[in-house]
Design a protein around this ligand. Sequence first.
Ligand code: SIN
Length: 488
Amino acid sequence: MIGIKDSQLVKNFSYINGSWHPSATEGSSDIDVTNPATGELVAKVSNAGIAETELAVRAAKNSFKMWSAKSANERATLMRNWFNLMMEHQDDLGRILTLEQGKPLAEAKGEIAYGAAFIEWFAEEGKRVYGDTIPAPSTDKRIIVIKQPIGVVAAITPWNFPNAMIARKAAAALSAGCTFVVRPATQTPLSALAMAELAERAGIPAGVFNVVVGDDARGMGKVLTEHPDIAKFTFTGSTPVGKSLISQCASTVKKVSMELGGNAPFIVFDDADIDAAIAGAMVSKYRNAGQTCVCTNRIFVQEGVLAEFTEKFIAAVEELKIGNGLIDGVTIGPMINANAVKDVAKLVDDSVAAGAKIVLGGKKGENENFYLPTILTGVTNDMPAASNEIFGPVSPIITFKDESEVIAMANDTEYGLAAYFYSRDIGRIWRVAEGLEYGMVGINEGLISNAAAPFGGVKQSGNGREGSKYGLDDFLEIKYLCMGGLDK
Ligand code: SIN
């Protein structure tokens, strides 16, 4: 593969129980992994199915006793090795990621560091799974609380962060003492398989971290959500798919955590530092070509600064260089595929039909996978580009008059993942931060994701938190021990 120094990082088979498995499914044809920037074939990956998924669950089940019995320190040492290897191979991993996902190389390498940071962070945090003692209601008893790993964890992860979304889940699971099976997106399996290769080199025992790659989303998803040996299921993806996976998990009462869709408001008040707001809007909107769940979806600008903000924002967006992420200087890549471009184009066209105005972009780029960075003005909160999750490089600008109006508009959505606002008034900062119905709020900041912080949403954006000390809770069971008969 072009420019990869360590060719052993490029794998074509699922990784199950410490070995590489070609598909056993009769007649299954390989999965083509293509470069979204060029349409060129990057690699072929063997297409696993239900049988391999069941095998991986069995492997994770069989290795759970061994892995959970290790001390937190032993697990931390192996995870630290994994972190070190990921950072050592950051260039290769970044290149693989760009080739299959499309984001610019610098951003892809940033994702590798972001993913590795979860492994480093949870390796340490696993040492701090504290229990509790609670004063008992009578003198003959003692109440003790211990925390134990929940068991086998299954995950389904998306194509927009092919490394970090796996790392964020697996790191928490492994550090808690759980074993792990992931089905990565079929568009971007190479990053997941490279992570498995490095997990093996790090000394993570067979069966602890398993990757099954296959296009039978329904069949494999059914195993991962309904298998009785899986204790917990975790998903990052769209809200409609999340809802149906939650209902499948009900049959075995699995613990679930869901990181689903968003419709992030980005609010600029009259008193904001406009240059800082522009920088924040650029990173929160155009990171990964607008394809993140926490991407700004609606930009609300107060009347007094509308002209200044819009003019400066157009100038900043015009500076973006769109193209193949492997080319030096490119700052925004393609979208994942032509269907994603079509969906975004439709939201723009429908909003224009409803009265919005295109002031920049608004059309396809060099091939069917590119959509130009776009700005719409004159948007209202009920237009398609504002009421739907865009998941693309489009910024709808909506004007507002006052604080209570904008809070009401910002909250007028079923989503509640991330929100951002810019203000220098301390009273307003508290009022707005508390008034926004979102799991995460960036205040004078457009980039809020990091390993130490609790990532997650409210309302239909999901449940559970990833990263931070709270991120371990989803992988642990609380056990209450009641010791009685203690009085003389
Ligand atoms: C996502 O889009 O699901 C994750 C974005 C992030 O971790 O910042």
